[in-house]
Ligand binder design. Sequence first.
Ligand SMILES: O=C(CO)[C@@H](O)[C@H](O)COP(=O)(O)O
Length: 216
Amino acid sequence: MLIAPSLLSCDFSVMGEEIERMDKSGADYMHLDVMDGHFVPNITFGAPVIKTVRKYTEKPFDVHLMISEPLKYIEDFANAGADIITFHIESDSDVQETIDKIKACGKKPGLVIKPNTKAEEVFPYLKDLFMVLVMTVEPGFGGQSFMADMLPKVKEIREEANKVNPELLIEVDGGIGEATIKQAYDAGVDVCVAGTAVFKADSATEAINNLKALCK
Ligand SMILES: O=C(CO)[C@@H](O)[C@H](O)COP(=O)(O)O
């Protein structure tokens, strides 16, 4: 299981140091939540901030765009240093065009589905994707409860991906902690985003190790 700490729960006044801390604590990816106050009811940061903190780690930047028109901003996020760019199927941009744009920028595309979106919606795009992110909370805020009823979607996507793109990674985001990660692992999840569970722990290293140890 790969662990991607969600910077949404970090101390933004020292975001670079927080990224360094996660790097040293054994994080696999840095998960950066971009929110526009329109697609979701919260605002975080954009490409200029990501560019500023890129130098604090060599680990992949997993940039989750919770914005209405992702296609318009793909180049900005690519130039800022994103490695994986995930965007919502529910956004206003054309899905195939956005995937193609991410690839044309030399980055790895991921498609995200909100809790009310069915797994089968991503099937037509699976062969072109690096990752599918299944939200296990309504996007917008950290610290919410894990929606275990999203896990059947992980199984459906895994089964379909095995036919067309067995390398596809499935990520879940929201409410991941010691009480929930094993369920995600058993459902076939490859990457878990964790905000509260890692950033609010006394030791991020211990928190990440404990989460990984539960996945067997
Ligand atoms: O994208 C989101 C929320 O929209 C997540 O990345 C949360 O930030 C995860 O936080 P926890 O549920 O782990 O506290």
